[in-house]
Design a binder for this molecule. Structure first.
Ligand SMILES: Nc1ncnc2c1ncn2[C@@H]1O[C@H](COP(=O)(O)OP(=O)(O)O)[C@@H](O)[C@H]1O
Ligand SMILES: [Mg+2]
Length: 186
């Protein structure tokens, strides 16, 4: 069993079971609402992503708090970083944004790879067409690449952009530069 930030992941033969258990520090009603909402959001976003040919594992909802997800036989990009896979990441994040979904937690821990890459962990995702929200996905990913994979950063980012750009519009890339400027002068 993997204890994530908020979920428990049980890895079985051919699937993983992701459950959001009770958090005692939250008020019970609020706790239920958050767990239900994140489970539902994760399910809805991944189903929609699949329909738009974004590479995500197949998913089924078992109950208000439990999802069954296709098991990916591989590692996360955080554990086993491959700069040459970042073009594929860009392509799929671009498609996700075109499907009007933003990921909300776009770190290398939430990208898996086997023969191909898969985006996972959609509990904080949302429906959005805002340039700003899209730029924030790019910004977080760029920060993680810089801090955790700094020796491969230049190559990784170039590959990412090559994948993302054709799938999406220049306005997001322009906005990313603005988000970065804001970060700098905060
Ligand atoms: N479909 C999957 N196949 C294989 N491993 C997975 C899968 N989904 C999640 N995992 C593993 O479980 C970890 C936590 O899952 P994740 O969905 O990111 O939950 P959390 O919200 O707790 O971060 C991932 O980093 C990965 O190692
Ligand atoms: Mg995660």
């Amino acid at each position: 069993m993997i204890q994530g930030a908020e979920a428990e992941i049980e890895i079985l033969e051919d699937k993983v079971v992701k459950e959001r258990p009770r958090k005692k520090y939250r008020h019970p009603e609020l706790d239920q609402r958050i767990r239900k909402q994140r489970t539902q959001t994760e399910y809805n976003s991944m189903k929609k992503a699949l329909r738009h040919d974004v590479s995500v594992p197949k998913i089924e909802q078992v109950s208000d708090y439990v999802l069954e997800i296709e098991k990916i036989d591989g590692k996360s990009l955080a554990e086993n970083f491959k700069a040459e896979k970042m073009g594929e990441v860009g392509k799929h994040l671009g498609r996700l944004h075109s499907a009007e979904i933003v990921h909300g937690d776009m770190t290398t821990k939430n990208i898996m790879h086997s023969d191909k890459i898969y985006l996972i962990d959609f509990g904080l995702s949302g429906q959005s067409t805002r340039t700003e929200d899209r730029a924030v996905d790019l910004h977080l990913l760029k920060q993680v690449l810089k801090s955790s994979h700094s020796d491969k950063f230049e190559e990784a980012w170039e590959n990412f952009m090559e994948g993302y750009r054709p799938e999406f519009r220049e306005d997001v890339i322009q906005r990313l530069a603005e988000v970065e400027q804001r970060g700098r002068y905060k």
